[in-house]
Design a protein around this ligand. Sequence first.
Ligand SMILES: Cc1cc2nc3c(=O)[nH]c(=O)nc-3n(C[C@H](O)[C@H](O)[C@H](O)COP(=O)(O)OP(=O)(O)OC[C@H]3O[C@@H](n4cnc5c(N)ncnc54)[C@H](O)[C@@H]3O)c2cc1C
Length: 340
Amino acid sequence: MNNVFVYIEIEGIEVQEVSQELLTKGRKLADELGVELHAVVAGTGIKGAVEEQILPYGVDKLFVFDAEGLFPYTSAPHTDILVNLFKEENPQICLMGATVIGRDLGPRVSSSLTSGLTADCTELEIGSYEDKKSGRTFENLLYQIRPAFGGNIVATIVNPEHRPQMATVRSGVMQKAVYEGDCRKEVVYPEVGKYVSPEAFVVKVLDRHVEAAKHNLKGAPIVVAGGYGVGSKEGFDLLFKLAKELHGEVGASRAAVDAGWADHDRQIGQTGVTVHPKVYIACGISGQIQHIAGMQDSGIIISVNSDPEAPINKIADYVITGTVEEVVPKLIKYYKANNK
Ligand SMILES: Cc1cc2nc3c(=O)[nH]c(=O)nc-3n(C[C@H](O)[C@H](O)[C@H](O)COP(=O)(O)OP(=O)(O)OC[C@H]3O[C@@H](n4cnc5c(N)ncnc54)[C@H](O)[C@@H]3O)c2cc1C
């Protein structure tokens, strides 16, 4: 009772990385609270195929719901599973990915349980909260932290009285790590019919078209990112050349994406992808908070900017003051010579 739950997303029989990232975070929260970490997965033909992708992340108990009609995801059966399971289990926290599925499922579950939900959290912590009006202090609440008001403030949201405290988190924001400590690793296979009404299966997916990712920006060890200072689509061609020499990927600021110089799926930041590369080369990027939110945990940050006072220089390990047109061809030339 009152444990931390993570909803596990799958594609066929493959557990999605965002869920493993949330398990690692969920484990830390559970340890801090002195409770267990539980996970829920629902799909078709997953029994025996998904357990080993979930349990190593510190799961004490895994609920596997396996039945026809549970994959591909549709709203009603997955909502029934979580709502009815949570009525039995009374979790204090539930985490899910801020993905297409999580954005659909989270609000349905939270409104059914009247529990509240914070979307797109960038940090999750445990702390206390004093309600000044009533003079009551609530201990061990989930701090659901996220940028608010266009990124101008970082808001900490708490949910003192209703349970579960629910939060969604984008892929890449938390980092996954196999759990080294002890945990129970119990697996149960509840009878799906006890949780899902037959009517919930009324929607049938007849056809599905899944487009494969065009690049591996999220997992790239080196990211060459371009901003409005790159100046043109041709300018981005230079960044692609540099990324090729470095075996890296190209990212972009929102200003560069809005200008049509880079595809939307390359946008890094609060409303784009979060990356954690070993090296991040920011070319012509000023470093607004919404961009920094998606790359600040990079290993080494190199800024190429014509303005020596650009805000990104404050978080950069190395600053090259100069224009993209001048500096990037030199970097390409240098790395080409050294790659031979
Ligand atoms: C709700 C919300 C969400 C947002 N989400 C995101 C997000 O996910 N990601 C994101 O990036 N932004 C996001 N933004 C936008 C963000 O606030 C900034 O507008 C954006 O990051 C600025 O992009 P930029 O640094 O490329 O452009 P600018 O701020 O215009 O900076 C251009 C930089 O290039 C330098 N420069 C100019 N010419 C050259 C040259 N020839 N060579 C070298 N340097 C040069 C300039 O000195 C400057 O530092 C969001 C905004 C809002 C309100």
